[in-house]
Write a protein that binds this ligand. Sequence first.
Ligand code: FE2
Length: 402
Amino acid sequence: MPFYQSRGDVPRKRHIQFRENGLLLTEEVMGLRGFEGNESILYHLQSPVRVAELGGFEPITRDEWVPDNHAHRHFHTAGIEPSGDPVTGRRLLMWNDDVEISLSRPSEPMDYFYRNGEGDEVVFVHEGSGTLETIFGDLPYRPGDYIVVPRGTTYRFQPDNGEQRHLVFESPGFIEIPRRYRNEYGQLLEHAPYYHRDIHPPTELRTHRDRGEFVVKVRVKDGIQTYVLDYHPFDVVGWDGYVYPWTFSIHDFEPITGRIHMPPPSHQTFQGHNFVICSFCPRKLDFDPMAIPIPYHHSNLNSEEMLYYVDGNFSSRKGIEVGSITLHPTGIPHGPQPGLAEKSIGMTESNELAVMCDTFHPLRLSALARGLDDGVYAYSWREDPGPVKTADEDPAGVTSHF
Ligand SMILES: [Fe+2]
């Protein structure tokens, strides 16, 4: 999506004969928005339509928790049990019609290939490294990477040894680089917090020629359809275009700071349909002598804010830890807890790292969320904040919306 790429061999023009050892290759245009959006053109050894066996269709079920009250919530996710593979191990936490947010702590390898046929995915890699093998080539990933996977991309996670922990966003709409960061030609503008050099497309295309039995699971029509192929699905000898998976590291996000407080849109990393994904990164803080470096209270009417704490010092906020998620829902105000605004004055930097998703329609919560909810966060605005340390000694609570 970000800019034109080509891997492997492609013919000199579109839609002409292209052969390998006399075999006429099958050209596939993988396009978004019909024939009007971005596209890539892939050249296959087999017809990508070819199926050896139609497997079953399994509808996706969502176990909803409808709380007794509308309140700010804090979910402790660090201790969720490892389970499943990097796709089946995704455990839905919250969702609406625009986005599904899941946690994944996979413990098993994928013995099949996967394709989301009805949505874009962004996988934030909190812990773990490995390679996302895709039909467009290999995509190495490491902690802090956002893995951006456009719909229609067949893939398989090959994690390295060690713990994996992912925060997963899936959307029926497009997940894109914010429009205001791009000029009319698509190039990232000088004020954008990242540049094309920070965007990493697949490194190497490996053409698989094996025959045998290969299972491909495709998310479509709110379910998972299984197909069995008699050829390896990564049978592409070359491709070019604008549609492919890529990674962007949260550590390459260049924070935008100001003399007085900058609002969350300055942290925006991706735009979705009716939601945004933002990165809160270590940065210098507001430098006006009268500045209050932490956020003002705000009522985000028609907006829900989910904040996932990745790393940093959260010690001044009781109970907040790595892997914590706070949810500040629509219709009620939120802001710093008592004492924190005063405490923040004079702070010069923040070392917190967090990922935020703001949705413009209410989120529903899953049964998993019920189990992770601390049940007391809503009362934390009446707590005594305790002795006030100097701000630079204890800079917690800055990136967040306390
Ligand atoms: Fe907020």
